[in-house]
Design a protein around this ligand. Structure first.
Ligand code: ROI
Length: 179
């Protein structure tokens, strides 16, 4: 059975837009997975230490028949391929972060994976791109995306124009901009 999955993408090192573009190409090639849509790209102020570059963030919508932990393995492999080095510094800069935000209507609480993503509700750089792809989303724990958006101001965020980034060229997913 396939489920609709939302992945958060983030990068603030080594040409962040190119990192996201590479990652989207890799997501489009995953087994048992179809890339359905990609949000706009957003520039965002760093959450965490402020002496790091701004991030580029986006959200991708997949249809996925892999089990969640297998998808997590695949995402971590993409992060590694793109030079992700796990450092000691908490919330430091990174070449690529791929987070499973939502996996169908599943609630997952395992050591390696918590879904919905723990910090989803508090992160404008996740909620606003997610809202582009999924207007009236009901989370599996009963929360409404609209309510989360109301509690999370659009601050420190800048939506980049559609032609500026990851979705051009051989990747033919149309950015969905309903908001
Ligand atoms: N800050 C922003 N703006 N975007 C991110 O993707 C991001 N990712 C992280 C931390 C370090 C928490 N800060 C971030 O992992």
């Amino acid at each position: 059975m396939s489920e609709v999955v939302y992945i958060g993408l983030g990068s603030n090192l080594a040409e962040p837009q190119a990192q996201l573009r590479e990652a989207l190409l890799a997501l489009a090639q995953l087994a048992e997975t179809k890339l359905l849509a990609v949000s706009s790209l957003y520039l965002s102020d760093p959450l965490g230490p402020s002496d790091q570059p701004r991030y580029v963030n986006a959200v991708a919508q997949l249809e996925c028949a892999l089990e969640p932990l297998l998808l997590l393995d695949a995402l971590q492999q993409i992060e590694q391929q793109q030079g992700r080095v796990r450092k000691d510094q908490r919330w430091g800069p990174r070449t690529l972060d791929l987070d499973i935000l939502l996996f169908g209507q599943r609630l997952i609480d395992q050591p390696r994976l918590q879904v919905p993503h723990y910090h989803l509700h508090a992160r404008a750089f996740v909620l606003y791109p997610l809202a582009e792809l999924a207007g009236a989303l009901l989370l599996p724990d009963g929360r409404q995306l609209d309510d989360l958006l109301r509690g999370c101001p659009f601050s420190g965020l800048e939506r980049l124009p559609a032609d500026s980034g990851a979705m051009t060229g051989e990747l033919t997913v149309t950015p969905v901009t309903t908001r």
